[in-house]
Design a protein around this ligand. Structure first.
Ligand code: ZN
Length: 241
């Protein structure tokens, strides 16, 4: 794959999707930095997974290690305090009266992207890469591509820049995301994502499933397991990114 001279900032949570996005960015950008957000998540497991994932990827893929730059965790707990969702407060995970999962934090991706763009401006990066997805997703309105197109326009107007918000997983199913991991870095990358990325809403890491660690019952584990099982049923194909 021809690499892009423009640097990329990956919104890197430590979950499955953003881990595959990090590999995707490393395969096509000469310079890749990562940013994560501490918004008062109930569980710090995802944030703790981030440096482990970065190190594992750098160890396994020396070409990518040369491109992998800085990492920052931005403290936006003030925003998390407004959110009051099942991800940031002690609520049960379920559906709200608006038909959205209680894990929905209103406008979270808009806030993430605003912070990421400010950081990208400082670091001279042009691409903002995120794992938003509107296929096997949880119905969050700020994951839709139309939302991100509007956000891209707002950021470029408001910061007088030419950012591109890149969402390589937007049209992919969770099974295709596993296939994309294999296409990017073979079974070695799949193994890194399985072993070190974290998606479980409950922060559980006691049980190891074929698809990784998690409670096995929450919506995030359900999506991850279903994608893995669908991909496995297809014979673990590889998808060229
Ligand atoms: Zn879970």
């Amino acid at each position: 794959m021809a690499s892009s001279p423009h640097g990329a900032l990956v919104l890197f949570s430590g979950g499955q999707d953003s881990s595959v996005c990090l590999a995707w960015a490393l395969a096509r950008h000469d310079r890749v930095e990562t940013v994560g957000f501490d918004y008062g998540q109930r569980h710090a497991v995802e944030l703790e997974a981030r440096p482990v994932l970065r190190a594992a990827i750098a160890r396994q893929f020396p070409d990518w290690a040369a491109r992998l730059g800085d990492d920052r965790i931005l403290d936006i707990r003030g925003f998390g305090a407004i959110g009051d969702s099942a991800l940031t407060a002690e609520h049960a995970i379920g559906m709200t009266e608006r038909g959205l999962p209680s894990t929905y934090v209103p406008g979270r991706n808009l806030v993430f992207l605003t912070y990421a763009a400010a950081l990208a401006d400082r670091w001279g990066l042009e691409a903002l890469v995120g794992g938003m997805c509107e296929t096997d997703y949880s119905g969050y309105p700020d994951c839709r591509r139309t939302t991100l197109d509007a956000m891209e326009s707002a950021l470029n107007l408001g910061m007088e820049r030419d950012f591109a918000i890149l969402t390589p997983l937007m049209a992919q199913t969770k099974a295709q995301t596993w296939a994309m991991a294999k296409g990017l870095g073979g079974e070695a990358l799949v193994e890194i994502v399985v072993e070190h990325s974290h998606s479980c809403y409950l922060g559980a890491r006691d049980a190891r499933h074929p698809w990784g660690y998690g409670c096995g019952a929450c919506p995030a584990c359900g999506l991850r397991a279903k994608g893995w099982n669908d991909w496995t049923a297809l014979g673990r194909p590889s998808l060229a990114p």
